[in-house]
Design a protein around this ligand. Structure first.
Ligand code: MOS
Length: 732
């Protein structure tokens, strides 16, 4: 056994998280931790059938239990004005229909959590049960083209051209259902301040989205809904939308006239806040004998719910990742009696890349080519899907750096040829990609008379360290020390920030912070340049620099911003502005790229796979904060180890019920499963996307990783495993 204590001991140097101390000392307040006077506690009663109707609800015993203030169900729920035909999602306590196992059917509100929990056990619900379907595999015949028009079949050149290729491959790959399981449980405190005015403390990745969806659901003016999310303990996509439990808490608070706190339990985290859908895929790849791709076909069939369609970009990466004249994709959905899936880190691309990047490895072996060489032979210099240039792409360099780090060329490429300490040794690699975006966002920047800079925006931080990177961008762009700069987030009353999802926060919000600081600098300079006795009198903005809180024309001609504010006798000067991309961006294909290299040990008798070394490389433009970026990559790889080796949500299809809906049976990686991870950044600014040159990183950290492990297991054992997770029973 290696000494694990030496793992990851020094990640990277550089500034630490600005909120790190708050987090590790318990000062950080997560949604459920806000103390509110007179607060009540809500506990949900969940359905125990997957499909059917509620025949009766007997809540008398619960209502008479000590401390109980209300029991709410479809029988007595306050009407929700926004539950119309256009409503998107499950309507909680709306009618007697049961659409999945674990659906909230009643809410008990009491004066303590324990009393609510007890009373919830006293609610007696009877059902008329219908036969439910939860097995995708048994219902593949019912797979249909989604209603979403963007999901129609794609053909470039000739469809299924792989079938005619000199060398070809056709295989099936499986991504099982996966559950986000952030450490923090989903939680909300709903507090009606008036009949038409509400404040919620909520776990959300999108403060403005939550504000908008609550205001629409309850038909309230947007400004009457305040959403607070100062800290979020992980999301991975599960907090990208408003879920029924949030509406339930709002109903509970409305009915009782008191603030209500509702925290899901871990089992409810498996059925109430989405998951990565079970997806069966078929890959067809064709190439010439010398390794030029001639056909790429990617088909996917995923699960969705009956009450709402969820689609994701599972097959998209196969359209543009490699140079190939012929490519086609097909995406289908099977409606099941399950809760609706949602985006989970890397969303569809994480699923799709498993098929594509395993198939690339398989075809490379068929062609007797190094898998890395095979990828380079089919390297896309321009986007094969639309012919546009990439705004930036340094994937070739990433391949090289990762290969060097892991010792790729020192291995014996032959499968099952390497041994070490009695273990089979395997090396595997894969690549990943995810769109890079520039959404609109608004920030404000205020310079105070004491020389401190305060930047604000209504964004939440589910973990990447948004405040830290925004402080970095603001202090660099304003020319002021980071210690004098702060970033305030977590409140919908702040200028509208982006949703934290799709790896888009740094680009969107960073641009707003950058542009706002620039506008503030211009305003300050304008004031200085108008002062007749100022050394900057009548100077041009282009000629001055901002450094250490001074505006400088030259070393001797400068003005301290603090003096300027004092002279004008104002406590502060602030600017708020919106920033967004322009039409120029449309001329480019914008993507981040990643490469993952992994070394595994496979036990020759038990088939247990251990990841022993990882080198992961990100081409995500300029790195704003190296330490938080490394944290993102390490987190993505850790999620990828779970995806590759252990994570799988399992249903008992007889009852339509999850059977491993807890962290003892649903295995996420623990420290002992995670080896040393080298994180490498290309760190070359993208000249197009935004003023910082930063592309996204959250998704590419995970996308492709599971394929690197599957490929490494093949190299170690000679056995292809195309169904995740790669558990010992499949290896043996
Ligand atoms: Mo991410 S799946 O966009 O939180």
């Amino acid at each position: 056994m290696k000494d694990l204590s030496s793992n990851n001991k020094s990640i990277v140097d550089g500034p630490s998280r600005v909120d790190g101390k708050h987090k590790v000392t318990g000062k950080a307040r997560y949604a459920a931790e806000h103390p509110i006077d007179g607060m009540l506690y809500g506990v949900l009663v969940d359905s125990t059938i997957a499909k059917g109707t509620i025949a009766s609800i007997d809540s008398k015993a619960a209502e008479w239990a000590p401390g109980v203030k209300a029991v709410i169900s479809h029988l007595n729920s306050p009407k929700i004005p926004g539950y119309d035909d256009k409503f998107y999602g499950l309507k909680v306590f709306f009618n007697n229909k049961v659409l999945f196992y674990g659906q909230p059917v009643a809410l008990v509100v009491a004066d303590s959590f324990e009393r609510a929990l007890h009373a919830a056990t006293l609610v007696k619900v009877t059902y008329n049960k219908d036969k439910s379907e939860t097995s995708v595999d048994k219902n593949l015949a019912n797979a249909k083209l989604p209603g979403n028009p963007r999901m129609k079949d794609y053909v470039r050149g000739e469809a299924d051209a792989y079938k005619k290729a000199e060398v070809s491959l056709e295989e099936e790959y499986l991504m099982p259902l996966e559950v986000h399981n952030p450490m923090e449980l989903h939680a909300i405190i709903a507090h009606w301040l008036a009949d038409d005015k509400v404040k919620v403390y909520d776990k959300t990745q999108g403060i403005k989205d939550t504000q908008e969806s609550i205001s629409k659901t309850f038909k309230l003016p947007q400004e009457n809904v305040q959403v607070i999310a100062e800290y979020v303990g992980g999301g991975f996509g599960s907090a990208l939308r408003t879920w029924p439990h949030e509406i339930a808490a709002l109903l509970g608070a409305k009915k009782t006239g008191r603030p209500v706190k509702l925290v899901l339990n871990r089992m409810q985290m498996f059925t109430m806040v989405g998951y990565r859908p079970y997806t069966r895929m078929k890959m067809g790849l064709g190439a010439t004998k010398d390794g030029k791709l001639t056909g790429i076909t990617h088909e996917a069939t995923a699960q969705t719910s009956r009450y709402e369609e969820f689609t994701e970009a599972t097959v998209n990466m196969s359209k543009f990742m490699y140079k190939c004249a012929n490519a086609n994709t097909r995406y289908r959905l099977v409606q099941m009696d399950v809760s609706v899936p949602t985006w989970m880190r890397g969303p569809g691309e994480a699923t799709g890349s498993f098929a594509l990047e395993c198939a690339m490895d398989e075809l490379a072996y068929k062609l007797d080519l190094d898998p890395l060489e095979f990828r380079m032979k089919n390297y896309a210099e321009v986007d094969p899907e639309n012919g546009k240039p990439f705004s930036s792409k340094h994937l070739d360099e990433a391949y090289k750096l990762g290969a060097e780090k892991i010792g790729w060329y020192d291995r014996n490429r032959k499968p099952a040829s390497m041994k070490e300490d009695g273990m089979l040794v395997g090396y595997g690699m894969s690549s990943g990609t995810f769109g890079a975006f520039r959404w609109e966002a608004t920030a404000s920047a205020r310079i105070n008379a004491d020389g401190t800079l305060v930047v604000q925006s209504a964004v939440s931080d589910c973990g990447p360290g948004t405040a830290t990177s925004m402080v970095q961008i603001a202090s660099e762009s304003f020319g002021i020390d980071a210690s004098k700069t702060s970033f305030i987030l977590g409140d919908s009353a702040l200028p509208p920030g982006p949703t934290q999802g799709g790896s888009g926060t740094t680009s969107a919000l960073g641009s707003a912070v950058f542009d706002t600081c620039l506008a503030l600098k211009k305003q300050l300079h304008e004031i200085a340049a108008a002062e007749q006795d100022s050394p900057l009198y009548q100077s041009k903005f282009e000629d001055v620099k901002f450094e250490d809180g001074d505006i400088l024309l030259s070393r001797s001609k400068k003005v301290a911003i603090t003096d300027l504010l004092k002279k004008k006798n104002v406590p502060s000067i602030a600017v708020t502005l919106e920033s967004k991309g322009n039409e120029e961006l449309q001329k480019y294909s914008m993507y981040s790229f990643s490469v993952h290299f992994a070394k595994v040990h496979v036990h020759p008798l038990t088939g247990v796979v251990r990841v022993v070394q990882v080198a992961t490389v990100a081409d995500s433009g300029k790195i704003i904060s190296e330490k938080t970026a490394a944290g993102q990559m390490i987190g993505g790889v850790t999620g990828g180890i779970g995806m590759a080796l252990t994570e799988e949500g399992v249903f008992d299809d007889r009852f339509g019920k999850f059977i491993n809906n807890n962290l003892a049976d649903y295995h996420v990686p623990v420290h002992a499963d995670v080896p040393h991870i080298d994180t490498i950044f290309i760190n070359k600014p993208d000249p197009i996307i935004n003023p910082m040159g930063a592309k996204g990183m959250g998704e590419i950290a995970l996308i492709g990783f599971a394929a690197a492990i599957a490929n490494a297991v093949y190299h170690a054992t000679g056995k292809r495993i195309r169904e995740l997770p790669i558990t010992p029973d499949k290896v043996m």
